[in-house]
Ligand binder design. Structure first.
Ligand code: SP5
Ligand code: ZN
Length: 342
């Protein structure tokens, strides 16, 4: 399986994140991708293919240009105001407040364009996220050119980022950018299967009213798990997109049997849709040892996941999302990809 690695991921390097009112050590750190890189380099998977720059246009097909401009310039604005270390939002335009006017205040725009205070913005966030999207598009090109599959190793992740907001460690929605690019390359039906522990609220929202991109997600129940405000089973799509969104929330602590039952239900929907391209939002924070998540998958289950995805016999693009048990991420990602190749 060809692999596209975002060599600039480490430019996004937060030291701290907010949790329960405290600054704690960041979970979404460069070492995550370094471990995956080591594991894949030591394996039979590959070869590695260099990233090609596809420019800003494919990003603007998914994200609001004003949002992208904000993320690009945010750290410089923060520094110019005397900000030190990472930049965090502190105020948000929720119910009864207006979000249709972009304020001049930097603090206000941080809130306008974000969903949480747990996603630090650093000097290199834009570069890492921009090149991550380019790596995703490069991996997509391989599959569009006839490869059975490709894997994009990147961070920061993408699936929580919406058309005009960041959050959940995500800034540019790589899965959405790739899905949209595939549509524009002529693929009629694209499916995104999100297996990260957390519901992919950004991806769901971007395609919620569209029948041409099916979104399926197996994740921790938002009643208790991040992102809390989306990911329920009754979210089925709207308008022309009605019936083209399906969520399979599971309780925190769910067994592997429960996880695979939900996964199989998602695959039934996937097969019925007969997608011309499958994009897998591959978070491995479903691992039993993950420090912020509560499922129990381990190496054999990750391998089984990969084997099962291969059996669908669809052109498949794997994009890296979450996974925070840093030293185990490489092994777990390798298990999925090796299972797919077996
Ligand atoms: C892409 C992805 O997996 N994003 C996840 C975002 C989760 N944000 C909430 C993090 C909560 C951190 N909990 C710390 C627990 C310390 N014991
Ligand atoms: Zn996650």
């Amino acid at each position: 399986m060809k692999i596209v690695y975002n060599e600039r991921h480490a430019e996004h390097a937060a030291q701290k994140e907010f949790f329960r009112g405290q600054l704690v050590d960041a979970f979404e750190i460069p070492a995550r991708a370094d471990y995956v890189l080591q594991a894949l380099q030591a394996s039979d998977l590959g070869p590695f293919v260099p990233v090609l720059d596809h420019g800003r246009a494919p990003l603007e097909r998914v994200h609001a240009p004003a949002y992208l401009r904000f993320v690009e310039g945010a750290y410089a604005e923060w520094q110019a105001l005397g900000g030190q270390g990472e930049a965090f939002p502190a105020v948000w335009p929720i119910r009864s407040l207006r979000s249709d006017v972009e304020p001049k205040s930097f603090a206000a725009r941080m809130g306008l364009y974000s969903m949480d205070s747990g996603s630090p913005l650093t000097a290199g966030t834009w570069a890492a996220a921009y090149w991550g999207a380019q790596a995703s598009l490069t991996a997509l090109d391989l599959v569009l050119a006839g490869e059975r599959s490709a894997y994009c190793l990147t961070r920061p992740p993408g699936h929580h980022a919406g058309a005009d907001f960041f959050g959940g460690y995500c800034f540019i929605n790589n899965a959405a950018v790739a899905a949209q690019a595939a549509r524009e390359a002529g693929r009629q039906r694209v499916a995104i299967l999100d297996v990260d522990y957390h519901h992919g609220n950004g991806t769901q929202a971007i395609f919620y009213e569209r029948p041409d991109v099916l979104f399926l997600s197996v994740h921790g129940d938002p009643q208790t798990e991040y992102p809390f405000f989306l990911g329920h089973a009754d979210e089925r799509g709207a308008g022309a997109g009605e019936g083209f969104n399906a969520n399979f929330p599971l309780p925190a602590g769910a067994s592997n049997e429960q996880w695979f039952d939900a996964f199989e239900q998602a695959l039934v929907r996937l097969e019925a849709y007969a997608p011309e391209l499958l994009i897998v939002s591959l978070g491995v924070d479903t691992y039993g040892g993950d420090p912020i998540s509560h499922f129990k998958l381990d190496e054999p289950e990750f391998r089984r996941m990969g084997e099962r995805l291969a059996a669908l016999q669809r052109p498949t693009l794997f994009l890296q999302e979450g996974g925070y048990a840093t030293a185990a991420i490489g092994r777990n990602v390798h298990a999925v990809l090796a299972g797919f190749e077996s």
